[in-house]
Design a protein. Sequence first.
Length: 276
Amino acid sequence: MSAPPAINLLTVSIVLFHSPLAQLRDLIDSLIHSLSGAAVYNVQCVLVDHSLDPRYADQCRAVLAEYGACEQIEFELLAPSKNHGYGAGHNLAMASLDGTFHLILNPDVALSPRAISVALETMGAHPDCVLLAPVGSGFDGTSLYLAKAFPSVWVLALRAFAPLWLRRRSRAVARYELRDQPNEIMRPVPLVSGCCMWVRRAVYDEVGGFDDSYFLYFEDFDLSMRMARHGAVVEHRELTIIHHGGKASRKGGRHLLWFVVSAARFFNRWGWRWLG
């Protein structure tokens, strides 16, 4: 049986950096399952491998070859000679893609079975929605609070270095994680996480996509701020994912340096907030 004609609604990009292949398989399996539930076919997905390791790139190609017979989605792997950063990787992937909506993903994410159908229905029914975010949890069920309020230096320091009991009791952290806001099915949010976001492609292109000057961290917040000038940035509680991700302070000194540099760039552009 031949696949239905292409809908040209959705494209996908994933940026890799020595990502565990088991996680990549989990992501692809969840992506295909969610596409099947939404009855969406002929989706193009471009992966950008920033490992700069030909052996790893070959391993990724072997994983993608396992899905060669899939009717829902076609994969392509790009392996540039230089790592220009997370946002730049997605910009590179999207340069060869053309669709109404685009899904930006980390490789350590797993989509729920209804994620794509909920996302496409929501963005189709709400033309003012330019950026759509899921509700996330860890693999242990812990809430991750992916959507955020505008940060302060104080709250970023608390989340990075304070013990768990203090973070849970801090009103500043609760406000930053929007835990003090009503849990509506759909709610406007100031900032969303780049681990998983749906963008209206025309608006993404209009604002220039991710700012390549952010190597890692805060490129998603910067994009949220710029896209919010053109429409609504929304979190949908029935749009759910599981995310393996961790904080920069737990990934070593290099990640902490990237975090600090990107935070300074973000605050310089959008205004410094020290407390609150």
